[in-house]
Design a protein around this ligand. Structure first.
Ligand code: GDP
Ligand code: IMO
Ligand code: MG
Length: 432
């Protein structure tokens, strides 16, 4: 087996950075297929914390190629800053980063529009709670066939036309929202020219690159961003991001066929979090929720916003497993749940509501309490465990409950933020 997809199975921030870093040692290529710098993926290696927003979490391994796929939207200023940060750490110093010519580019006017819309919507309580990074407006331009791709940066005449088209589309909306569009075509062209100078040597056909790697028997890891319930088609619409976050997004976002995907691992925290507006059936708006936020340091890696916290939602997780065809389940932050000393889990919704379609918006969770977590030995034993057998019985039983409900076997368990605090149940890229 040579390809593995790792995707979020909740509302994002499940620990994709941690898991991808933990399994990327075995990969030759790590490729992101969707989203942009709305993502914030945290890696903790040798006591050092690194948050990546665009560059795949395989970046800590010298020689591993990191690819940004066509399904992404890229803010070149953010990408350059990330490249410089990694180079200062002695990483990505060779020919390791490749960017799809078909990825779309975020310009300052995308960010401005995102922020203006959110501010206006907040006044009427209708905000999505976006990251204000210009993600929605950039994907919107793509669907409207006036998007600007990385390839366009290399063709100034084509780019000028496209920018004029965008100015005509965006300026009136900015004015309606009470602001003048910042900058203008000349300024954006100059900016694009500066970006093109350093980006051009990194450009590629990401689909062809991944395909060639697969054909050569190399191991390709596809890193998701956000999570299943933020998927533009299958998430809690309209409280979603603007891209395909589920495993199917790999095919369109990279440019490979579904038959090239061998395995899909979905990641879930041992509890649930969400940042931004929208349905969250198991949200705790009490002291327990606050305690989970504190213990889990649940503040956005991109925006610093506090994340809402709640119990693990099995119907929603089962839904996510179906959407991505998961073959393995990764459970993170089990140490945080253990530190709470009290655990409940949502086993179903009242009235048999189905999480698909708009079910989550109306779901009332049926909670079951899980006894035995208040034993003071649980946390220290759990944090030191490196095999399932070494976990306290109460934690093993919790994992068994999840795997049985989702009907997907556990592939990995994370008991702390750093790379080594990982229980590798299955080796990535091994046959199931
Ligand atoms: P991502 O967007 O899915 O990559 O997740 P984020 O990086 O946004 O958020 C996950 C947070 O949890 C980060 O601060 C990680 O360092 C941290 N984390 C990941 N796994 C664990 C774990 O098992 N235990 C603890 N305590 N923290 C973890
Ligand atoms: P990672 O990859 C958590 C949420 C935002 C908002 C909605 C739309 O770190 O898991 P957008 O800026 O994409 O238009 O915002 O999606 N959101 C995320 N929440 N983790 C993320 O990424 C997210 N990316 C977007 O909070 O509710
Ligand atoms: Mg994150």
């Amino acid at each position: 087996m040579s390809t593995l997809v790792v995707v979020g199975a909740q509302w994002g921030d499940e620990g994709k950075g941690k898991v991808v870093d933990a399994v990327a040692a075995e990969a030759d290529v790590v490729a992101r297929f969707a989203g942009g710098n709305n993502a914030g993926h945290t890696l903790v290696v040798d006591g050092r914390t690194l948050v990546t927003h665009l560059i795949p979490s395989g970046c800590m391994y010298p020689g591993t190629r990191c690819v940004l796929g066509a399904g992404m939207v890229i803010d070149p200023d953010v990408l350059l800053h990330e490249i410089e940060t990694l180079r200062a750490l002695g990483l990505l110093v060779h020919d390791e980063l490749r960017v799809s010519l078909h990825a779309h580019v975020i310009f300052p006017f995308h960010r401005q529009l995102d922020a203006l819309r959110e501010e206006r919507a907040t006044q009427s309580g209708a905000q999505i709670g976006t990251t204000k990074r210009g993600i929605g407006p950039a994907y919107e331009a793509k669907a409207a066939r006036r998007g600007i791709r990385v390839a366009d940066l290399l063709h100034p005449e084509r780019l000028r036309e496209r920018l004029e088209q965008n100015l005509a589309a965006v300026a009136p909306e900015c004015e309606r929202l009470g602001a003048r569009i910042e900058g203008g075509v000349q300024q954006w062209l100059a900016q694009a020219d500066a970006w093109a100078r350093w980006l051009a040597p990194m450009t590629c056909d990401a689909g062809a690159l991944c395909h060639a790697a697969i054909v050569a028997g190399q191991r390709v890891l596809f890193e998701g961003a956000q999570g299943a319930l933020l998927d533009v088609d299958h998430g809690t619409y309209p409280y979603v991001t603007s891209s395909s976050t589920i495993a199917g997004g790999v095919c369109t976002g990279i440019g490979i066929g579904p038959t090239a995907i061998d395995e899909v691992w979905g990641i879930s925290k041992a509890y649930a979090t969400r940042v931004g507006a929208g349905p969250f059936p198991t949200k705790l708006v009490d002291a327990t929720g606050n305690r989970l936020r504190e213990l889990g340091a649940e503040f956005g890696a991109t925006t610093g916003r506090p994340r809402d916290c709640g119990w693990l939602d099995l119907p929603a997780l089962r839904h996510a497993a179906r959407l991505s065809g998961m073959t393995g389940l990764c459970i993170t932050k089990l140490d945080v749940l253990a530190a709470l000393g009290k655990v409940e889990i949502c086993v179903a919704y009242e009235d048999g509501i189905d999480p698909g379609c708009d079910g989550l918006a109306h779901a009332v969770p049926r909670l079951q309490s899980c006894p035995g977590w208040d034993d003071p030995d649980v946390v220290p034993r759990l944090r030191l465990a490196r095999t399932l057998e070494a976990l306290p019985a109460v934690a093993r039983a919790y994992l068994d409950t999840i795997a049985a409900a989702i009907e997907v076997p556990i592939a990995l368990v994370s008991v702390g933020a750093s790379r080594e605090q990982t229980i590798a149940v299955r080796r990535p890229f091994d046959p199931a």
